[in-house]
Design a protein around this ligand. Structure first.
Ligand SMILES: Cc1ncc(COP(=O)(O)O)c(C=O)c1O
Length: 310
C-alpha cells in the first residue's frame, strides 16, 4: 500500500508569525505575537496538520479510524485528509442517539468527505481505549483487525501527534519568551513545550474543567520523549465553565478582539486562550519586555458553537 504523503497538501510552514498592537499588552510593556497556525491549510488548519502528518505516514494508506464528538474539529480534519490524500476514514462518534437524527453540519461534512460514521453509546465511548472495547469497535466498524487500520485517539493526540507538534516549538525558538496554547487533550502543548529552547516557556490554557490535564500531558510526553520535557505549566482559570461553555465576558472579549484586530477568534479554544493571556497580562504576570506568542490553533467553523459535545 502506498503511504499518503501529507506534504502533497502543501502546508504553509513555518506558519506566519504576526505581531499585533494591543494596548492592554503594550501598557504593561508586553509584546503580543500571533502564531498563525490557522493558516497552515484551509482544511487541516491549526494544530490538525501538525498532529495528523506523522500519523498519516504511519497509516501507510490503511484506513484511519478515529474518535470524536458531534462537532469534532479533529474528525472533520481527518475526513478532509482522507478525501484529499485518498485513504479511507472511519469516525467513531460519541452518542448513539445521533444515529437516528439528521447529521449536523459538522458530521455531514465528514460524511461528504467520505468518512464512514459509527455512532456509539456514551458509556462505550468512555471505555474506547480498553483493549476489548476497541477490539469490538474495530469488528463492528468492519475494520477487521488492529493491524488493518491505523487507530488515532480522540483529539488526534498520540505520541506521533506530540512529536509532530515539536516543530511548532522549534519555529518559535528565538522569537518569543512565552508560547501559549489552548488545550483540549494537551497533545499540542506537550509537543510545543518540547520543541522550545530551554530559556523559553510554554503556557497551556485548558478549555475543559477538571484538573486532570497535567497528568495526561506528562503521560503524552513520556510516551513521545521518554520523560516530562520542556518548561510548561497550565493556567486553569479560563475554561469559562467547561468545554463549549461560554460567558458574556468571553463573548464580549471575542467580539471586541475581532473589532480591534480584524481576526475573529475561534470560540471553543482560541478565544479562551486570548482571554486568558489578556487577563494574565493585566494582572502583571509577565515582566515588561516579555514577548508572548499566542498560537492560533484553529479558525471559526460554521455551525453551533455552544454545543456541549466534542
Ligand atoms: C482549534 C483547536 N485548538 C486547540 C485544540 C487543542 O488541542 P489539544 O487537544 O492538542 O490540546 C483543539 C483540539 O482539537 C482545537 O480544535
Amino acid at each position: 500500500m502506498k503511504a499518503p504523503d501529507p506534504a502533497l497538501l502543501q502546508p504553509r510552514l513555518p506558519s506566519p508569525l504576526q505581531e499585533i498592537e494591543d494596548e492592554r499588552f503594550t501598557r504593561h510593556g508586553v509584546r503580543l505575537l500571533l502564531k498563525r497556525d490557522d493558516l497552515i491549510h484551509p482544511e487541516l488548519a491549526g494544530n490538525k496538520w501538525r498532529k495528523l502528518a506523522l500519523n498519516l505516514r504511519a497509516a501507510a494508506g490503511r484506513p484511519v479510524l478515529t474518535f470524536g464528538g458531534a462537532y469534532s474539529n479533529h474528525l472533520r480534519a481527518t475526513a478532509a485528509a482522507g478525501r484529499l490524500l485518498g485513504f479511507p476514514t472511519i469516525g467513531v462518534v460519541r452518542g448513539d442517539e445521533l444515529a437516528h437524527r439528521p447529521l449536523n453540519p459538522s458530521l455531514a461534512q465528514c460524511a461528504a468527505d467520505g468518512m464512514r460514521l459509527h455512532f456509539v453509546a456514551r458509556s462505550t465511548y468512555r471505555r474506547k481505549s480498553e483493549p476489548d472495547v476497541l477490539a469490538a469497535l474495530l469488528a463492528a466498524t468492519g475494520a477487521a483487525g488492529p493491524g488493518d487500520v491505523h487507530v488515532v485517539p480522540e483529539g488526534g493526540s498520540n505520541s506521533l501527534a506530540v512529536q509532530g507538534c515539536t516543530a511548532l516549538g522549534e519555529e518559535l525558538r528565538a522569537v518569543t519568551d512565552v508560547a501559549a496554547v489552548a488545550c483540549g487533550t494537551g497533545g499540542t502543548l506537550a509537543g510545543l513545550a518540547a520543541g522550545l529552547a530551554p530559556s523559553q516557556r510554554a503556557i497551556g490554557v485548558p478549555v475543559l474543567k477538571g484538573g486532570f490535564l497535567a497528568a495526561d500531558i506528562e503521560r503524552l510526553q513520556e510516551s513521545a520523549f521518554g520523560s516530562r520535557t520542556g518548561r510548561w505549566h497550565l493556567e486553569d482559570r479560563f475554561h469559562c465553565g467547561g468545554y463549549a461553555r461560554t460567558t458574556p465576558g468571553l463573548d464580549a472579549f471575542a467580539e471586541d478582539f475581532e473589532h480591534r484586530h480584524g481576526l475573529a477568534p475561534e470560540r471553543l479554544y482560541v478565544a479562551k486562550l486570548l482571554y486568558g493571556l489578556t487577563t494574565l497580562t493585566q494582572e502583571g504576570a509577565f515582566p515588561a519586555g516579555t514577548r508572548v506568542t499566542a498560537v492560533i490553533t484553529g479558525r471559526p467553523w460554521p455551525g453551533p458553537q455552544a454545543d456541549s459535545s466534542r
